[in-house]
Design a protein around this ligand. Structure first.
Ligand code: FEO
Length: 170
């Protein structure tokens, strides 16, 4: 059984993961609009990852006899100005996600809610990967600024990204 406080935070995180998905879809649309379909693919896959995160939390809430309460998803930002801008914002966004996951973990720790801590451990590990993905590409696109050959090569590389849902549920 989850406390009201924890349930509220987990529900907020479900909403935030859906918002994250929407945000990355907005970034995909910008990349598509400037004919970088490989970058667009990267963000489309990222949007799918975020849906997976949302549903992982959604399922967990029900497993713990809680009820999911969906709320409005805010309009995502869409006035991007460059590929670098996308990755700067994406990296910032992932840092914010990490902060939110840590906040929920602090509550779970306080309440000695071990099952929720175990679930959040998965998210904590996932965030290391998510932040690193964005930072790695951000550093590349900054270095490649003004070099369209390198940007097109990176576009081809990112076109290969596919969504593979993790098989483990823990
Ligand atoms: Fe669901 Fe990118 O964190």
């Amino acid at each position: 059984m989850l406390s009201e406080k924890l349930l509220l935070k987990l529900n907020d995180q479900v909403n935030f993961e859906f918002y994250s998905s929407y945000t990355y879809l907005s970034m995909a649309a910008y990349a598509e609009s400037i004919d970088l379909s490989g970058f667009a693919n990267f963000f489309r896959v990222q949007a799918q990852e975020e849906l997976f995160h949302a549903m992982k939390l959604y399922d967990y809430i029900f497993q713990k006899n809680g009820v999911v309460k969906l709320s409005e998803i805010p309009k995502p930002f869409s006035d991007y100005t460059s590929i670098t801008h996308l990755f700067e914002e994406g990296y910032k966004h992932e840092q914010l996600v990490t902060k939110k996951i840590y906040e929920i973990t602090d509550i779970a720790l306080e309440e000695k809610e071990h099952a929720t801590m175990s679930l959040l451990k998965w998210f904590i590990d996932e965030q290391v990967e998510e932040e690193n993905n964005f930072l790695t590409i951000l550093k590349k696109v900054k270095r490649f600024e003004g070099n369209s050959t390198n940007i097109y090569m990176l576009d081809e590389e990112l076109a290969k990204r596919i969504f593979t849902p993790p098989t483990t549920t823990a």
